[in-house]
Design a protein around this ligand. Sequence first.
Ligand SMILES: NC(=O)c1ccc[n+]([C@@H]2O[C@H](COP(=O)([O-])OP(=O)(O)OC[C@H]3O[C@@H](n4cnc5c(N)ncnc54)[C@H](OP(=O)(O)O)[C@@H]3O)[C@@H](O)[C@H]2O)c1
Length: 327
Amino acid sequence: MTRAVRIDQPGGPEQLKIVDVEVGQPGPGEIRIRHHAVGLNYIDVYQRTGLYPFPMPLQLGMEGSGVVESVGEGVTHLRAGDRAAYAANPPGSYSEVRVMPARNVCKLPDDISFETGAAMMLKGLTAQYLLKKTRPVEGLQPGDFVLFHAAAGGVGLIACQWAKALGLQLIGTAGSDAKCALAKANGAAHVINYSTEDFAARVKEITGGQGVKVVYDSVGKDTWDKSLDCLRPFGLMASFGNASGPVPPFAPGMLGAKGSLYVTRQTLFTHIATRESNQAMADDLFEVVRSGQVKIHIEQRYRLEDVQQAHRDLEARKTTGCTILTL
Ligand SMILES: NC(=O)c1ccc[n+]([C@@H]2O[C@H](COP(=O)([O-])OP(=O)(O)OC[C@H]3O[C@@H](n4cnc5c(N)ncnc54)[C@H](OP(=O)(O)O)[C@@H]3O)[C@@H](O)[C@H]2O)c1
């Protein structure tokens, strides 16, 4: 038996319950892992509220690190005793021990701690595919401007540092002056407090009226319209989340009127659909973290049994950087 966090129906943080569940042996293509730490992500909120529907009951959590206890038939890249970390579907990382598909589980380098591993896989792999694989038709060159919303959050702080390492001028938005200062200290070239400032007007000012080549938007409903006004012709609107609510339907004709814009809605799980692509992205992430160019800031730690409070704080925009659940 193991302790895990489960919901029996979608709803608020009060639905998160600690339960004892049975853990069996790994089947073909699976591993059994004993977690040392678990990552908290905004996607966990969407799954808890039912915005992203799942069959119930649901054991939440898509990110974690720990030690492999046993491997099932056909698993060749991991062995019992390996240190490992992952971002993976299906959910279930809010637990001490679990059996899961091996495909998305990567060996964790010895010089990266379990806590860092648990904090960085889902958010770091997301920053990786956004900055390196989600690019405008005209490409991105050092010196180019990009706009990144929620820049002081989990994905955001990693993106600020990585964009700087790539030579990009990242304009970061955040909901308070303190969060803006944090994004700036982590490599954002410019910051905008979108709670008090008109971010589209400020982006025009910063870019000398030109606009940015890409907007990376995980806020969704509240930022969508103005974000389109921040793009230069042929610019790319890269939507990848809905912290303020889903983007409403729109008429494609307006993309022409605003400068022949491109729109994409990306999800990490397409990028890590194969073991090879997952490992290549993870290697890139490990390298940038080990080089010191990207530091993983774990700003909040909660015990697994305090998971309700962790969700409340995340939704109330009280957190910055990464958050982990400890066991
Ligand atoms: N598609 C993908 O592949 C993928 C993968 C990972 C993450 N994501 C998305 O990326 C975003 C960041 O994820 P994360 O886990 O690192 O979370 P996070 O950025 O640490 O937290 C979300 C942040 O969104 C901002 N926000 C703006 N309006 C909000 C509202 N109405 N309610 C709550 N927050 C609001 C807040 O920052 P301010 O106070 O500064 O506004 C908040 O701190 C999420 O939307 C997540 O779903 C997508």
